[in-house]
Structure formats: structure tokens, C-alpha cells
Ligand binder design. Structure first.
Ligand code: FE2
Length: 280
């Protein structure tokens, strides 16, 4: 799938940009399906917010249940002081998570196939296991900031293996909150670990290494259809979206089945709902 230069670049920088990985039609099909899920979502009295700046907040039972389900989470800024939505529901959802890739046929098709399987092998995942899918809306005007973090905080394995697959479903620019990464930062230690104890979760510090200086960050501005792969230790962040256009993206997180998956990871699967790979 990848040529040697691309593999070398991934090892050097901790991320790799693959323009045109998905066709416009594939992207449109996934976007339509996500819109249907949001349309069918009746929040009732539930106001489950996903705080992008404090991920240990708003992580109640619904968050934990989403490990094996399809749940919609609101943007933190979606509600006014009276608790009413400031804009249409379709423009208020922060993300859908976290098992669409196993529960929804449209999402499953997008998330699997021989090209992704070959790519995962090239990136060193001999036995990829797809733990999580997220459809991220980064809504116009209210799309929340996601502070510097490493995805390995959420998917601890021994040895480390988690790899992110980030698909741009719309053009991602500095204006609408594209990813920013620290090239080479995957060679720095894991700073934090998101630990689950029973039905509670918390972020604990693992290493006092500070987050990168903004001057060492580079924006990953990409066109719709691009796949950005990145190493679990690569520090990255994204700015709030104050622009008039959304920045939809879809992400998958895979670990290597040869590694031990930590029992304290928040995302666990029941025996009847085993984690699968990129095979269709
Ligand atoms: Fe991330």
C-alpha cells in the first residue's frame, strides 16, 4: 500500500497524509448516514455533553455505554443559559461514538477493506483491532477546541500500539479547526493516562513532560477525502471552530492484537461483542 518513502516519513514524523484516500461518493455516503443518525436521535431530557477540553467531565453512564453503542454527544456550547439549543440539533452535535464501525453497515463498509488492511500492516499493526469510531462534526461557530493530547492516553497497550486513522470528510483548514501536530513528537513520552475504575474515569499524569510549544506545531490542512494516519504518542490539538463552515471528520483507533490491552482502558468490549480488524 505504502512506498518506502511514506513509511520512512511516518517513522520520522509520526504521521502521514494520504490525499484522495476516499472518493467524494464514499465521503458523501458516510455524511448522509451520520445525518440520518442525528436526525433519528431524540435527546429527550438527556443533555450529554462531550467536553473537548476536559475529557474526564461529562463522562457519565452514557459515555461508558457508548463503547458498545451509537450515541450522539452535544457540543459544550450548544445550549443557552435556559438550557435550550442555540441552533438546530443537526448543528449542535459534537460527535457520534463509539461503535458505529461494528453496528452500522454503512460505517462498517467505510471502515474496512483491503486497502485499510494493507495500510495498517505497513504502519506496523500486524493484527489490527478496531476499538473505536468517532464522527466528529466540529460545528460552525461552536465547534470546541481539543487541547494537546496523545491518543495513547485512551488506548494503553503493552507495548504501545494504538494508531489513529483520521478521515477528512470536509476540507480542513486553519479557519475551521484543522488538526495541528508536533512532527516527531511521537518520540516523546506518554504524558497522561485516562483511567477507568468501575464506572468512573479520570485522567492521571504519567510523565511531567510539558506539551509542545505552539511554535513547534504545524497545521495539517487537508482536502476532503484525505486520510491522516498518526502514531498514538503524537501530540496533536485542534482549535475551536469560529468559522461559518463545519469540519466533519471520521476517526478510527486501532491497536495491535499482539499487545496487551490494559484492563483500565475506558473502552472495553463484552465477550459477545468482540473487537474486529479491518477485514470485511
Ligand atoms: Fe486525538
Amino acid at each position: 500500500m505504502l512506498v518506502d518513502e511514506q513509511i520512512a516519513s511516518y517513522r520520522q514524523n509520526g504521521y502521514l497524509v494520504l490525499p484522495g484516500f476516499k472518493t467524494a461518493a464514499e465521503v458523501a455516503t458516510l455524511r448522509e448516514r451520520a445525518a440520518q443518525i442525528v436526525e433519528a436521535f431524540d435527546p429527550g431530557d438527556r443533555r450529554t455533553i462531550f467536553s473537548t477540553t476536559d475529557q474526564a467531565r461529562g463522562t457519565g453512564d452514557e459515555f461508558l455505554a457508548s463503547a458498545e453503542g451509537i450515541h450522539c454527544f452535544f457540543e459544550e456550547e450548544a445550549f443557552d443559559a435556559q438550557g435550550a439549543l442555540k441552533q438546530a440539533k443537526s448543528l449542535s452535535i459534537n460527535k457520534i461514538g463509539h461503535a458505529m464501525h461494528d453496528l452500522d453497515p454503512v460505517f462498517s463498509r467505510f471502515s474496512r477493506g483491503p486497502r485499510l488492511q494493507a495500510l495498517a500492516q505497513d504502519l506496523g499493526l500486524a493484527q489490527p483491532q478496531l476499538w473505536q469510531s468517532m464522527y466528529i462534526f466540529k460545528q460552525p461557530g461552536i465547534g470546541g477546541e481539543v487541547k494537546w493530547h496523545q491518543d495513547a492516553s485512551f488506548f494503553d497497550t503493552t507495548p504501545g500500539s494504538v494508531t489513529a486513522f483520521w478521515f477528512a470528510l470536509e476540507d480542513a483548514t486553519r479557519d475551521n479547526g484543522c488538526l495541528w501536530v508536533q512532527p516527531g513528537g511521537h518520540r516523546t513520552p506518554l504524558r497522561e493516562r485516562f483511567v477507568r475504575e468501575g464506572n468512573t474515569v479520570r485522567m492521571e499524569q504519567v510523565d511531567a513532560m510539558p506539551w509542545p510549544d505552539q511554535r513547534s506545531a504545524v497545521p495539517v490542512e487537508v482536502e476532503r477525502g484525505t486520510l491522516v494516519c498518526f502514531h498514538g504518542l503524537l501530540p496533536h490539538w485542534s482549535a475551536p471552530n469560529r468559522s461559518a463552515v463545519s469540519r466533519h471528520a471520521y476517526t478510527l483507533h486501532a491497536t495491535d492484537g499482539r499487545c496487551d490491552y490494559a484492563a483500565a482502558n475506558w473502552l472495553q468490549r463484552s465477550p459477545g461483542f468482540p473487537v474486529r480488524g479491518f477485514d470485511e
